[in-house]
Design a protein around this ligand. Structure first.
Ligand code: BG6
Ligand code: MG
Length: 211
């Protein structure tokens, strides 16, 4: 494979903040008496905050107006951001540094491509704010995954054509975004259930054999 850039998703790939998203949504769903579990949560991976709420509200027994929806996303984000307070570089997932150093040794550029508007806060908390050649996140885009916008933005910032980019994703929507964007898609975690990925890995270290 002639890969010139790797674009890492953030939540659930570099750091386990996906678990914090789940806990915060669960607290909101319990407060509103809406059924919510890990299976529904997997559909929220890679999806923007408001679209995530819309998915959760499909199981509600009443409708919510725009003001209520906005307040609910703020409620969830406050809980989520509190859980980020203890985040540190110790929380970077195993194998990340192996993959990172391998890319640097091979002059492969690296970016983050995340739907999260909290991306920069998280990267700072885990001491990776200067580690990447580009970052594209939820503050840069109109359309979240499976739209390829965030990955195209990352690729444009790196100056690398999509066909030379490899995306690492734990979200089924993220695998679809990578393929919709003409990139190589590598699935880890929950995304390994997707039949659209080009490769599946169990551990980030396995990226090395693909590059
Ligand atoms: C993605 C997560 O990275 O970011 C989604 O996989 C989340 O679960 C989305 O909804 C938006 O995150 P935030 O931090 O902007 O609410
Ligand atoms: Mg993710």
């Amino acid at each position: 494979m002639n890969i010139k850039a790797v674009i890492f998703d953030l939540d659930g790939v570099i750091v386990s903040t996906d678990q914090y998203h789940y806990k915060a949504w669960k607290e909101l769903a319990d407060k509103e008496n809406i059924p919510f579990d890990e299976t529904i949560n997997n559909r929220l991976r890679g999806v923007s905050r408001m679209e995530s709420l819309e998915i959760i509200l499909k199981n509600a027994d009443r409708s919510y107006n725009d003001k209520e929806k906005f307040e609910l996303t703020e409620y969830k984000n406050d809980i989520y951001r509190k859980s980020l307070e203890d985040l540190s570089k110790e929380d970077i997932l195993p194998g990340f540094w192996d993959a990172y150093h391998h890319c640097r040794d091979k002059d492969i550029l690296m970016a983050v491509g995340s739907s999260s508007k909290n991306t920069k806060k998280i990267l700072k908390a885990i001491d990776l704010d200067d580690a990447f050649d580009a970052v594209a996140d939820g503050t840069d885009i109109e359309n979240s995954k499976p739209d390829p916008e965030v990955f195209w933005t990352a690729a444009a910032r790196l100056g690398v054509d999509s066909k030379f980019c490899l995306v690492v994703e734990d979200a089924v929507s993220g695998i679809e975004a990578a393929k919709n964007g003409g990139m190589v898609a590598v699935a880890i975690g929950d995304a390994t259930s997707s039949d659209k990925a080009d490769h599946t890995i169990k551990h980030l270290r396995e990226l090395i054999k693909l590059l």
